[in-house]
Design a protein around this ligand. Structure first.
Ligand code: ADP
Ligand code: ZN
Length: 437
């Protein structure tokens, strides 16, 4: 394979040099943090009065973790390190569950972010020859503008398509000869259903690859999208607290996501003890940003579960790779005392050929007990009036799930294209149990 690098010197930097760079950038970031009302107090309490109190990367351990609640407590300006007139943009997380977490950027911060994004896009083999249709929500959500700027930085022709409206999306793909897409994996699956409905021949499109992220998905889902749309799918990971997309991305090897270690310090800890896990073990990702001045965030508990690869990637990049994020430590469901992650259910069903491209997990109270209902669409060619074969399919899904998650679910089958599709991140779980129990 012919690998291309946006910034070869940095991407292939030897570990010792990368660590030295991290230390230097961490000190700078601590300087920024000491100018915020939130960290000033915290860092001084932890014995860090100036960047010079950080002597080695291990000194990171002196710094307490930052949580989403801290960010909310600091709303609106507790994490701002520069005068307001220097801020040129803000982004905020959806805020559907309370106070939005707000991140501010100065001019350099925006430039840095665009550069990390360009590095990700370029690592997938994309170039200025490509036409990039960004089919994700623009606005406060970071996925829209983040990819937009990165695509422009690479020099691609960027179409700010936004999310939803599949027939308009197809029209743009045809009119402008789109070669690269960005969307959530659930939207990419939905696109294929709509393509068939609209009678659009795949040959009339020029698609080569798709970036899929913002929500967890399994390897089987990637394979499905690749087979259905005939594109290479690359996993994209990021979160608004760390700018948004551009934190970690797959290279052409499509085997784990390189986390840009000159921009982020990544730790993986046991979510209960908060101690580092052994290299290669799964735990919660904790991130410190090294590439933003206006809103420094140190040791942020992402809640995302992953692990490091222990070997170096065949592409030659030295930045470590993260395993596909399987979910968040806070989205674990407890059903009649048994723990299950939605991603475990997805992994089982997306591997079954009878199952279509969309599913929904419902949890209900059934008397004193919890009931798990897995609703899935059936794949094409399975007819809803053939009750004998439907029952056999249901039974096979139920048995396979039970064997894998030790919970006996009720399985409901739905016709292709009939379960709800969200324009933003997919809503995969509907837990209707009373919250205070
Ligand atoms: P944004 O997508 O704007 O950065 P949020 O900050 O609201 O949005 O969401 C970030 C969260 O989305 C991450 O913490 C993670 O839980 C999830 N996420 C993003 N990308 C991926 C991915 N590729 N795989 C799994 N989960 C992801
Ligand atoms: Zn690689």
């Amino acid at each position: 394979m012919n690998f291309q690098y946006w910034n070869e010197k940095i991407e292939k930097m030897a570990r010792v040099d990368l660590n030295a760079l991290q230390l230097q950038k961490l000190k700078t970031e601590i300087g920024y943090a000491l100018r915020t009302s939130f960290y000033k107090e915290r860092l001084i309490k932890a014995g860090i009065q100036s960047p010079d109190d950080i002597k080695t990367l291990d000194d990171l351990n002196k710094i307490p973790f930052t949580t989403k609640d801290d960010l909310r407590d600091g709303f609106p300006y507790g994490f701002l390190s520069i005068p307001k007139e220097e801020v040129i943009r803000l982004h905020a997380s959806s805020g559907t569950t309370g106070i939005p977490t707000t991140i501010y950027f100065n001019k350099d911060d925006i430039k840095n972010w665009a550069d990390y994004m360009a590095r990700c896009i370029y690592a997938t083999g994309s170039t200025k020859e490509d036409v990039f249709q960004n089919m994700i929500t623009y606005g406060l959500f970071t996925g829209g503008l983040g990819f937009h700027q990165g695509g422009e930085e690479v020099g691609m022709l960027v179409i700010p398509a936004g999310a939803g409206n599949t027939s308009r999306q197809f029209k743009m793909m045809q009119d402008y000869g789109t070669t690269v897409l960005h969307a959530t994996p659930s939207f990419l699956l939905h696109l294929e259903t709509k393509m068939k409905e609209a009678g659009i021949a795949r040959e009339s499109l020029h698609l080569k690859r798709a970036f899929a992220g913002a929500e967890p998905y399994s390897e089987d889902t990637r394979k499905r999208i690749e087979a259905l749309l005939k594109v290479d799918v690359y996993n994209s990971y990021g979160l608004s607290e760390m700018n948004g997309p551009g934190v970690a991305f797959e290279c052409q090897c499509k085997d784990g996501l390189h986390i840009w270690e000159d921009g982020y310090i990544a730790e993986i800890v046991n979510p209960d003890t908060l101690l580092p896990v052994k290299n290669g073990e799964t735990g919660e990702l904790v991130l410190t940003i090294l590439c933003r001045e206006a809103t420094p965030i140190l040791r942020y508990r992402t809640r995302d579960l992953t692990s490091f690869y222990t070997e170096q990637c065949a592409c030659g990049r030295t930045h470590r790779r993260l395993k596909r994020i399987t979910g968040r430590s806070d989205d674990m469901l407890i059903i009649n005392g048994v723990n299950v992650f939605p991603s475990q259910i997805e992994e089982v069903i997306m591997g079954m050929k009878e199952v279509g491209n969309n599913y929904l997990i419902v949890v209900e109270k059934d008397g004193a007990l919890d009931k798990l209902i897995v609703k899935t669409e059936v794949s094409e060619g399975i007819f809803m009036d053939d009750s004998r074969s439907l029952n056999a399919i249901k039974e096979r899904i139920r048995e396979t799930l039970q064997a894998s998650i030790s919970i006996n679910p009720k399985v409901e089958l739905h016709e292709k294209g009939t379960l709800p599709v969200s324009e933003g991140k997919a809503v995969r779980v509907n837990d209707t149990r009373p919250k205070d129990v």
